[in-house]
Design a protein around this ligand. Structure first.
Ligand code: GLP
Length: 254
């Protein structure tokens, strides 16, 4: 795992966009795994800028998103469908039919979830998966305790996660209680992983990402087993980690 440190979120986001650009230039038909939440917002802004400058072409790119709330329609302003439209898709030349969001299944229909994994496999897997991390170590919506062998599935959101996401809703009560998410195994199958960690509130999560034992109690710890993970973190997120592991030239190879 390579951890790169940046002075601020803006610098981190420029680097994140460079890595995604490299991937698309290397293979214009790249399959990207995309995340929502605050962490990738700067990345998406930079990708839009690169597209507007003519430096990026999304016409053959395919995307698969990590997760989606259950209990919200696709048109709900806080659905991740809408998030992706508003923060990326509507501004670039990606084909709507090449963008894929997990769909909340009809009651108890696990087959609908597994179809998402199947579709990813039929597209030769994810080349580059963008991730954020929750304060409790969740990736996608895989809460602590999720099996490392999980595929796309429906989850009950933890109170901590609902509280963290309540900032996007009028009230805490409005935050959905369930979501559909790529599983840990789905995420681990991506060829490369790009994890964005920003802000003081993520210091402990970054520290545990590195020092926790690989355990389902801290889902992101599984990334220690992935062969190609790049973590981009800003100084406000690295502070705790740095007390134990000094960076050399803003880099730390674990
Ligand atoms: C949310 C999302 C995750 C995201 C994480 C961190 O619950 N489902 O995909 O990575 O929490 O969010 P943020 O980047 O807003 O801190």
């Amino acid at each position: 795992m390579l951890i790169e440190r940046f002075d601020d979120y803006e610098q981190l986001s420029i680097k994140a966009a460079e890595l995604v650009k490299e991937q698309i230039l290397h293979d214009p038909e790249s399959v990207l795994g995309l995340a929502t939440g605050s962490s990738p917002l700067g990345l998406y802004e930079n990708l839009i800028d690169l597209f507007k400058k003519g430096d990026l072409d999304f016409s053959s790119v395919k995307t698969f998103n990590l997760d989606e709330y259950c209990e919200l329609s696709k048109d709900h302003p806080q659905s991740y469908h809408q998030f992706m439209q508003h923060h990326l898709f509507q501004y670039v030349n990606i084909k709507p039919e090449n963008t894929h969001m997990p769909t909340p299944p009809s009651v108890d229909n696990q087959m609908d979830c597994l179809a998402f994994d199947k579709l990813i496999s039929q597209n030769n897997g994810i080349d580059l998966q963008v991730l954020g991390i929750g304060g409790n170590g969740h990736i996608g919506f895989n809460e602590p305790g999720t099996s490392f062998s999980s595929r796309t599935h429906v989850v009950q959101l933890h109170e901590e996660t609902r509280r963290a996401n309540a900032r996007f809703f009028n009230t805490y009560e409005e935050v959905p209680k369930k979501a559909v998410t790529m599983g840990i195994k789905t995420i681990m199958r991506a060829k490369k992983i790009l994890l964005i960690i920003s802000g003081q509130s993520k210091q402990q999560a970054l520290y545990q990402l590195v020092f926790s034992s690989v355990d389902e109690a801290f889902p992101a710890s599984v990334l220690q087993l992935h062969p190609d993970v790049t973590v981009l973190a800003d100084r406000s997120a690295t502070a705790t980690l740095e007390q134990k592991c000094p960076f050399t030239d803003n880099r730390l190879n674990i």
